[in-house]
Design a protein around this ligand. Structure first.
Ligand SMILES: *Cc1c(COP(=O)(O)O)cnc(C)c1O
Length: 221
């Protein structure tokens, strides 16, 4: 079975301290179940509609990660069960997640998405935006959010030195933010960076979470 082989190959190249989020967007529930049976526990989706359907149909032990851009009005659908929200890039969204988490009596782990790629992207914030969010009174009053780290996506390119420099910059942002806002607070600990094409570089630069789709499930059609 190809998925099993792919997971085996992936595991051989990923050290134990790095967690794998299997990116299952567009992947059938059957194939997700295969990957789950071969030992993967965390799956990532980027569309709320697809995520809630799969969550309802698949084993309750699966940890679901929202890895894509999230609209505030859709937070309520995933708040009851989501394990982590990876791409939070504004205070408004954080405040809605906080409200919905409170309604569900949960604390939801979130990652701040930092824009690191050279290419134009709509999503993510820069370091200054992140500082503004974290130092705001509004953020500090939020009790049902755990900012657990940072997330970023490198430029889509063959230029591995560019990719490396972008990941290195994100790791720098992580260190600074940790020192400035989290001190010895161990809950700020995740650096979500690296996909199928660049995860080895991301791990070398300090990733703790990698988001892997096509390496596991094959090219998306
Ligand atoms: C699709 C996606 C991935 C996985 O991409 P692959 O190249 O298939 O590994 C990772 N992160 C995000 C945010 C994605 O949208």
């Amino acid at each position: 079975m190809q998925i099993e082989e792919n997971i085996h190959r992936l595991r051989q190249s990923v050290p134990a301290h790095v967690s794998i989020v299997a990116v299952s967007k567009t992947v059938s529930e059957t194939h997700i179940l295969d990957a789950y049976r071969f030992g993967l526990k965390a799956f990532g989706e980027n569309r709320v509609q697809e995520l809630i359907k799969k969550q309802a149909n698949l084993p309750g032990e699966i940890e679901w990660h929202m890895i894509g851009h999230l609209q505030s009005n859709k937070v309520k659908y995933i708040a009851p069960f989501i394990t982590m929200i990876h791409a939070v890039d504004n205070l408004k969204l954080l405040s809605v997640i906080n409200q919905e988490a409170l309604k569900n009596n949960r604390i939801i782990p979130c990652l701040l998405q930092i824009r690191i790629a050279k290419e134009e992207t709509k999503f993510g914030m820069n370091l200054e935006d992140a500082n503004n969010v974290l130092s705001s009174a509004a953020f500090q009053a939020m009790k049902n959010i755990n900012v657990a780290g940072l997330m970023g996506m490198a430029t889509f390119t063959q230029d591995t030195s560019l990719i490396r420099s972008e990941f290195r910059y994100l790791a720098e942002c992580f260190k600074q933010i940790k020192a400035d806002y989290f001190g010895n607070d161990e809950s700020f600990c995740e650096l979500s960076m690296g996909m199928s094409s660049d995860y080895t570089i991301a791990i070398e630069e300090g990733a703790t979470l990698i988001r892997i789709g096509s390496f596991i499930f094959g090219a998306r059609t």
